[in-house]
Design a protein around this ligand. Sequence first.
Ligand SMILES: [Zn+2]
Length: 306
Amino acid sequence: MNFQKTIRKAISFKGIGLHSGAAVEIVLKPAPADHGIIFVRIDASQKVLIPALNRYVVETTLSTTLGKKGVTIQTIEHLMAALWGLDIDNVEVEVCGPEIPILDGSSEPFVEKIKKAGIQELDQLKKVFVITKPVAIVEGDRYCYLLSSRTPKVTCSIEFAHPYIQKQKFEMKLDPKNFTQEIARARTFGFVKDLELLKQKGLIRGGSLDCAIVLDEKNILNKEGLRFKDEFVRHKILDSIGDMALFGMKILGHFVTHKAGHELHTKLVRKVLRGDYGYMIGEKAFEKTQQDRMSLQTSLFQPASV
Ligand SMILES: [Zn+2]
């Protein structure tokens, strides 16, 4: 039996938003079963609740942004990856600012503090969506897809014409132990040649060597070097987990990505929510009827009121 989980006590994080450059504080609070992950923007003129669901995604350029009623929260993916990676279903996230703090550019600071606070099992069964039919998003040579699988798995490959990256591929069974050991520490990365243009676009205003791996033409500028030889592909897995988490429940399937990013991940999740690619097991652990599946999808997928 797999029960829903939350955190044992409230924990907070302070830092800078990678893109906005804003100083931000967030507080994660325990939440009851079937609450889900809900962001609450508390510095807006009135509190705005934004559930961490795919239908509230409003932007996917370099990070994933959720929005509702004109209020947005940027760069949610590393926190979402930490929560999904640690198998946590229910948390309220109070956010005082426009963006989740980037911290060291990975999910590790979130994972460490969550583990220290403790994880609480609740008395309701976890909801899981079981993939039964393959589903894919393909755009040129980039793609991502979900296949049916008896265990949750992820495979990711990337290609960059840089001596430190080139072709990298990583595959693993997705469970909290593997996520913590293999993925959570992998940092985001960027190229010096792109920095000026991104800054002009109002992005990466909070970027520095403290929160990202930065690469010039041939080298890595960070004195401390890499945390893993293939840290880049591991971070892409981290990002993909953060975006898949916006499905709203666990997915039992094999997630495969190649040169993908937030936009493709988001499109794939949306396609699964809209189509007929599997079924949900949950509260009573029985296979939902077609009718139940349809109403589940309708309730999870409503146009964002932004
Ligand atoms: Zn990332």
